[in-house]
Design a protein around this ligand. Structure first.
Ligand code: FES
Ligand code: MG
Length: 590
């Protein structure tokens, strides 16, 4: 047990406030009724919350129910007292219409919990895609000592002796089903085999990305991100995390001490090196806004684009979570990036030490899985931030586009060649699914597929649909990807040459709302531009006509929260945050 804190603990306002015996008694008695003693609650011990995201509804995070036992033991070991409580469930694959709708709802709920209850510090149990940003955003707003604990990825999946990664396998199996290569039963078996144990997606999708970036931001203990959920080290780091949060309360180390501009730049560099998900800029920009750090999509290009891809992990590479962990995980990635000065070594982390101190001795154990910086899997692998007359900002993940496309349109800055194609436009995912095989649309190898009505307002929360598959006819000819543009998101586990998160979206009259089938769009990746080749006058005319007809139409609200969020949500480039929430910063200190 460590020494008693020098300053008064926040929880003492509830449980140990001598000038206010009535309220103290009221607060205390109910917390005693299951066996905690008054001595425990009044002896100046930190009260530590475990924000529990695991449940039967949230299978990716369910193992946290088990890990929490080790967290509790760590908290007790250091003299703290643990209050575990549930967080609104967010299951990426199970929540309709999309789990992204619930990120901000879980955020709001957790802000109220952290602010309104007697908590001195909190362990954030992160895992499935949106759980990580939701919890970090709330910790940023409230700003009590907080540490992340990753639940860990699943073990590798294998099907017929080959690695099958969760999420990624679905994209592949869908194509095989469409071409008749496999039947329904085989399709289901491939999916099941990709998810062989507790934990979250074993690919470098949004979950692995966000947990990696939580570590890169300095918000979890070193090495925490990559340990597979069933490994013994996962239980061990849970215990260490429980111990550390108690010390953090004694040291009064808050999220605002860790989540600095330098920490965000470190996260951007790591994101490129791991081939991270395009959902990352949305979530990381949101965390930055809630802690009050300026961060924009330009920063992702400026600090991230020139960083090479090092992690040979699906969907950009070949391996899965177990190999990534054994090869060194995020500490391995840090070690390579630090050799080339892409990491701020003085950024403080929840361990109490700087990144330079904790990752200084790290190394890569298998260069087939984590490539050396000097001989990377791919150079310049970070995101591009595109702009033009269709949107103010849209993200392109360059690490998954084909070598051909890259060589022709991106790699040689002296070659002015740009991609031009006629667009076929879909209004939302239903339109796409119903009509992609409609021959009358004339989709060919030079088509750009556009999907709109899929941003935070149009499809509440934003639909993960921009990764559109070409028509079956083209698939049979071996054309397995077309350039796509959309105001929605893309699953972190897919790999088509997409321009996504276009902001502002069609539903708020962004440029995509004005596109018509057959318009020619020019993608000049070297200049970072995407433009429809029609005059400003014509665009203005179309805009006026659309406004007069009542604006871009989107589906009705299905739930109260959909309506509430649609009224106050910001665009993807601004983190899709709830606009009125941003002004509430560091509220535990007020
Ligand atoms: Fe939950 Fe991938 S679906 S982590
Ligand atoms: Mg997803």
């Amino acid at each position: 047990m460590t020494e008693a804190p020098k300053t008064k603990l926040r929880s003492q306002e509830w449980f140990d406030s001598p000038d206010n015996p009535d309220m103290t008694a009221l607060y205390l008695e109910r917390y005693l009724n299951y066996g905690i003693t008054r001595e425990e609650l009044q002896s100046g011990r930190p009260i530590i919350g475990i924000a529990q995201t695991g449940s039967d509804l949230s299978p990716c995070n369910r193992h946290h129910l088990v890990l929490a036992e080790r967290v509790r033991e760590g908290i007790r070991e250091m003299g703290g007292i643990c209050f575990e409580f549930p967080v609104h469930p967010i299951q990426e694959t199970g929540k309709r219409p999309t789990a992204a709708l619930d990120r901000n709802l879980a955020y709001l709920g957790l802000v109220e919990t952290l602010y309104g209850y007697p908590l001195d510090g909190v362990v954030l149990t992160i895992g499935c895609d949106k759980t990580t940003p939701a919890l970090l955003m709330a910790a940023a707003t409230v700003n009590i000592p907080a540490i992340c604990l990753t639940v860990g990825p699943m073990l590798n999946g294998y099907h017929n002796g080959e690695r099958v990664g969760s999420g990624t396998v679905i994209w592949k199996a869908r194509k095989m089903l469409a071409t008749g290569e496999i039947d329904y039963k085989e399709f289901m078996n491939m999916a099941a085999d990709s998810a062989p144990s507790v934990g979250y997606c074993n690919t470098m999708g949004t979950a692995s990305t966000m947990n990696s970036l939580a570590e890169a931001l300095g918000m979890s203990l070193p090495g925490c991100a990559s340990i597979p959920a069933p490994y013994r080290e996962r239980g061990q780091i849970s215990y260490e995390t429980g111990k550390r949060i108690v010390q953090m309360v004694h040291e009064d180390q808050k999220p605002s001490d860790v989540l600095t501009r330098k920490a965000f730049e470190n996260a951007i560099a790591v994101n490129s090196a791991i081939g991270g998900s395009t959902n990352a800029p949305i979530h990381i920009n949101a965390i930055a806004r809630h802690i009050g750090v300026e961060l924009h999509n330009d920063d992702w290009q400026n600090h991230g684009h020139k960083i090479p891809l090092l992690a040979n992990v699906q969907p950009a590479g070949a391996y899965l979570s177990e190999e990534f962990h054994r090869a060194g995980g995020i500490p391995g990635i840090f070690s390579e990036l630090m050799k080339h000065d892409h990491i701020h070594k003085d950024a403080i982390t929840v361990s109490g030490k700087t990144t330079g101190e904790i990752y200084g001795d790290s190394s890569v154990k298998d260069y087939d899985v984590i490539y050396p910086y000097d001989k990377p899997m791919m150079k310049d692998a970070g995101f591009l931030n595109l702009t033009g007359n269709l949107f103010k900002s849209a993200i392109m993940k360059t690490s998954v586009i084909s070598a051909d496309f890259r060589a022709r349109y991106l790699s040689n800055p002296d070659d002015p060649e740009a991609f031009e194609g006629k667009v076929v436009v879909f209004d939302g995912p239903e339109d796409y699914h119903h009509n992609i095989n409609n021959e009358a649309l004339g989709i060919d190898a030079n088509t750009i597929l556009v999907i709109r009505g899929t941003g935070p307002v149009g499809y509440p929360g934003g639909a993960e649909v921009v990764n559109m598959q070409p028509p079956d006819e083209l698939l049979k000819q071996g054309i397995d990807a077309l350039p796509c543009i959309g105001d929605g998101r893309q699953s972190g586990t897919s790999g088509s040459p997409s321009i996504l998160n276009a902001s502002p979206e069609a539903a708020v009259m962004g440029g995509l709302a004005l596109l018509r089938n057959g318009d020619i769009v020019r993608l000049d990746l070297k200049k970072g531009e995407a433009n429809v080749l029609i005059s400003d006058e014509e665009l203005a005319k179309r805009k006026q006509a659309l406004a007069e007809s009542g604006g871009y139409e989107f589906p009705e609200h299905q739930t109260p929260w959909q309506e509430i969020q649609r009224g106050i949500v910001d665009q993807f480039d601004e983190g899709m945050v709830l606009k009125p929430a941003v002004k509430y910063q560091r509220i535990a200190q007020k």
